[in-house]
Structures are given as structure tokens and as C-alpha cells.
Design a protein around this ligand. Structure first.
Ligand SMILES: [Zn+2]
Ligand SMILES: [Zn+2]
Length: 172
């Protein structure tokens, strides 16, 4: 179900402003915003950013970190737990942290913003737990930059029919 969409300076997504400069395409624009948001992340396990978009408007954003008002990992250190995937591979996660996608959904819920039929841009492909929630809030297409254990979510992607498309951005 996943497909590659490699945007580049010669992509048809990009137009010209008439002055010889390349104009940023929408996919690169939102993925670049996701990368900027990831710079607010506080978990040392990794810095991830997410942007929920519909009709080229940003509805909500999120990055991975501790719940509001609680100490962040960069102040107290990560608390790592291990879990075993059914295929036998061991995964490590941080118990302090809410993932970027879930924080973006939480922000939308807090402010009463519907995200049904929206798309999400995430700097890395979602874990299986976040993917399940993205399916249930009605996300249509997941755009991701860096692949993260896609083999763990491939069956769920196939069964759910949710689209997942890679958008690589450079020079971030
Ligand atoms: Zn952490
Ligand atoms: Zn996740």
C-alpha cells in the first residue's frame, strides 16, 4: 500500500515564481514544517514532528514529549521499556513520552478541531500504536520522511486501506 513519492527540485509539484527560483511544493512545505516542529521534541530517543492538514491548511501539530506540566526526558532522562513484537523483534520505547502523532490528535481534540478526512505529515513513519489511532480518527493519507520499522505495520496498512506515501525533504 505504501508508495514512494520522491519530490525533488524538478518535481512537477514545484513551480517557478518567474524569477528563476523554485517554489516549494505543498508536500515539501508541510514536511518541512513537521521537521521544524520536531525541533521542539524533548525525548532523547528521537525527535519527531507531525502536522495534520486538510485542504492545504494546518489543523494541528505535535511533537514527541512528556504530558503537559510533567518533567521532560531532557530534564530527567528517558525511562526505556522493552516490548517484543510478534515476529520476535524487540522494540525499545520511552515510558515518559507521548508520540508526535498522538499529541497532534490531542491538540485537535482539546480545541474541538475535526480532523476527519485530513492528511498527516510525520518526520518518520508511525509505530503500530499510533497507526491504529490514525486509522480511527479518519486520516486519509500518511506522508512520512524517514521509514521506521515499516515491516511491523505493513499488514495493518494493507487491511485498513489507509495510504502511506514517502516525502523526503533535504536541507532541513
Ligand atoms: Zn524519553
Ligand atoms: Zn507512535
Amino acid at each position: 500500500m505504501s508508495e514512494d513519492l520522491h519530490t525533488s527540485c524538478c518535481s512537477p509539484e514545484r513551480g517557478s515564481d518567474g524569477c528563476g527560483e523554485q517554489r516549494l511544493g505543498w508536500h515539501e512545505y508541510f514536511m518541512s514544517v513537521a521537521h521544524l516542529i520536531s525541533k521542539r521534541a524533548t525525548c532523547m530517543r528521537g525527535h519527531i514532528g507531525a502536522v495534520i492538514v486538510r485542504d492545504n491548511n494546518i489543523l494541528s501539530t505535535g511533537y514527541n514529549g512528556a504530558p503537559s506540566g510533567l518533567p521532560h526526558c531532557n530534564e530527567t532522562n528517558c525511562k526505556i521499556y522493552r516490548s517484543e513484537h510478534p515476529d520476535g523483534t524487540v522494540e525499545e520505547n520511552c515510558v515518559n513520552t507521548i508520540h508526535a502523532e498522538i499529541n497532534a490528535i490531542a491538540q485537535a481534540a482539546k480545541h474541538g478541531v475535526s480532523i476527519k478526512d485530513a492528511d498527516i505529515y510525520i518526520t518518520a513513519s508511525p509505530c503500530i500504536h499510533c497507526l491504529k489511532v490514525l486509522i480511527n480518527v479518519g486520516i486519509k493519507t500518511i506522508y512520512y520522511d524517514k521509514p521506521y520499522k515499516i515491516e511491523h505495520i505493513s499488514e495493518l496498512l494493507r487491511l485498513s486501506g489507509i495510504r502511506m506515501v514517502q516525502v523526503e525533504v533535504h536541507n532541513i
